[in-house]
Design a protein around this ligand. Sequence first.
Ligand code: PNS
Length: 161
Amino acid sequence: MIALYPGSFDPLTYGHLDIIERAARLFDRVVVAVLRNPAKVPLFTVEERLSQIQKAVRHLDNVEVEAFNGLTVTVARRLDARVLLRGLRAVSDFEAELQMAQTNRTLATEIETLFLSTSTEHSFLSSSLVKNIAAAGGPVSHMVPEHIEKELRTRFAGEPL
Ligand code: PNS
C-alpha cells in the first residue's frame, strides 16, 4: 500500500523524519509530497526543500520525495495512494488537522487520512519554531538534520536582530 505524506516541510524537522521512518515500516511505499500551504510564505524554495528531504531519507529504500502543485487528494489519486499521513503533536494540532482530513474526505471519499502521534521528544517541534530560533542565532542541531542546520545558518548569517 502506498501512503502519501503531504506537507510544506519548510524545513523538514526531526519530527517529520520520525513520522517518515515509522511510516516506511508500515507501508510498501511512502511518498513525501512537498506541497504549497497558501497560509505560509516559505523560507526555502521547493527545490531546496526537495533536496533537503531527499538527503535526509537516503537510508530509506521505500521512500520517495516529490513536489506537487494543486490538491493533495489529486496527487494521491494520481499516485494511487489510498492513505494520507499526518503527524499529530498535541491537542492544539487537532482542530486544524481534523478540518483538513474532513475536507479532504469530501473531495475524495476513497482516501483515508491516518494520524501518527509524534514521539514525545519531538512533540514541541515545528518548522516555524526552528526558523524562529535559527533566525535569532540559536542552536537547532537537536531539531533538524545537520545539513539543514547548516543551510539555516547560512540563510540567517548576517541578518540583523
Ligand atoms: O506542513 P503543513 O504546512 O501543515 O502542510 C499543509 C498542506 C501542504 C498539507 C496543506 O496546505 C495542503 O494539503 N495543501 C495542498 C492544497 C490542498 O489540498 N488543500 C486542501 C486541504 S484542506
